[in-house]
Design a protein around this ligand. Structure first.
Ligand SMILES: [Zn+2]
Ligand SMILES: [Zn+2]
Length: 379
């Protein structure tokens, strides 16, 4: 058996368009009505088979991995003869001969058998504190669950699905069609069972024959310490239930963290600001500041400059996945200057200024005039 890619004269990485063009060119060349050479008809059939396999991404993947052996039952689908649909096929097949549309292409047979349930997204907003230290939280999610009444078969109790009479359980039908070029067969999804190979004569009343039901489910999810806005938590198997015995999808919880009135986050560090008076900045003090662990004492060292940043080591955000490692809290100090002075304050400051002035006179003669002008009148 020749390699399907070789048969079509394309590389193994050929895209859908390349495949289609190669197939159409060769089909025209070897069509038995056109080509009377010995073996042309067999070649024509091989080309058709190669294209049938390679034009479906799923069968192509199986072929790439396992070769002819990977295709198994697909080749054994029964030939159902003329099922009608002549116009469809005629158009699909011939639109390409004029070199017209490259798109279109008609529907491929849908995958039958078990089908995995969809993954679901759930958006959850949590507090700043919850994000920092983590917490278990209950959520209610709407998702599809396997119907408990019929166990997912979709059939009424005691009845069960039966084999589709149209396709004999194959899920696919072959349509043989006569065209001016001769007879063609095309594999299509069975219109009666939708490709599943089974039909439900007596549907389950609880789920309407779907085999699944929409349910609101309570879930307790564990929010780990250190999460942030944009963190995605995967809850395995809590997406939609699969169909026909397929596995459930997963639930993805997308987190949004509320802002905190005083604390901001920068990676693993917490940023905050604190206001101190100019006297506290000059003389030093111990004040209380808010941290993620509650209020805490912070030492303002004497001579703290405006906009300097003080650090509380290890008082930041725990690292996601390794909560023992924590960032720091970095506190920017704003020094407040009084806009009005009491008489007493003013006097004290002027004394202080005079003291400076006196010292200044000894070392910086050019400053003495300035101090005299500013503070000299009273002294
Ligand atoms: Zn049911
Ligand atoms: Zn069928």
């Amino acid at each position: 058996m020749a390699d399907y890619y070789d048969l079509l004269g394309v590389g193994r990485d050929a895209d859908a368009d390349t495949l289609k063009r190669a197939y159409r060119r060769l089909a025209r060349q070897y069509h038995p009505d056109v080509n009377k050479e010995a073996g042309a008809e067999d070649r024509f059939k091989e080309i058709g088979r190669a294209y049938e396999v390679l034009s479906d991404p799923q069968t192509r993947a199986r072929y790439d991995q396992f070769g002819e052996a990977g295709l198994g039952g697909a080749a054994g689908a029964p030939d159902m003869g003329d099922m009608g649909g002549f116009a469809d096929l005629f158009e699909t097949f011939f639109s390409g001969f004029g070199g017209a549309s490259a798109g279109g292409g008609g529907g491929r047979p849908r995958r039958r058998g078990p089908q995995q349930g969809d993954d679901l997204r759930f958006d959850l907003t949590i507090s700043f504190e919850q994000a920092v230290f983590g917490e278990e939280q209950e959520i209610k999610i709407p998702h599809l669950e396997t119907c408990g009444t019929c166990g997912g078969t979709g059939a009424k109790k005691g009845s069960g699905p039966t084999t589709c009479a149209t396709c004999g359980g194959a899920g696919q039908v072959r349509r043989a069609t006569r065209t001016p070029f001769g007879s063609f067969t095309q594999v299509a999804e069975c219109p009666n069972c939708g490709g599943t190979g089974q039909v439900i004569a007596d549907p389950c009343t609880a789920c309407g024959g779907q085999g699944v039901q929409q349910v609101r489910k309570k879930l307790r999810i564990n929010i780990p310490a250190g999460v942030d806005t944009g963190t995605r938590l995967r809850v395995s198997g809590e997406g939609n239930a699969g169909l026909r015995g397929g596995p459930s999808g997963d639930l993805y919880v997308f987190l949004t963290v509320k802002t905190h009135p005083k604390l901001r986050r920068d990676g693993l560090n917490v940023l905050s600001e604190v206001k101190v008076s100019y006297l506290q900045a000059i003389l030093g003090d111990t004040i209380e500041v808010e941290t993620v662990d509650g209020n805490q004492e912070l030492e303002i060292p004497p001579g703290t400059q405006p906009t300097s940043v003080l650090t509380l080591t290890g008082q930041g955000i725990p690292k996601l996945g390794n909560p023992v490692a924590r960032g720091d809290q970095r506190i920017t100090v704003t020094v407040q200057l009084p806009s009005r002075l009491s008489a007493e304050e003013r006097e004290l400051l002027e004394t202080l200024a005079g003291h400076h002035s006196a010292r200044g006179k000894q070392h910086h003669h050019h400053n003495s005039g300035l101090f005299a002008r500013l503070f000299g009148q009273k002294g």
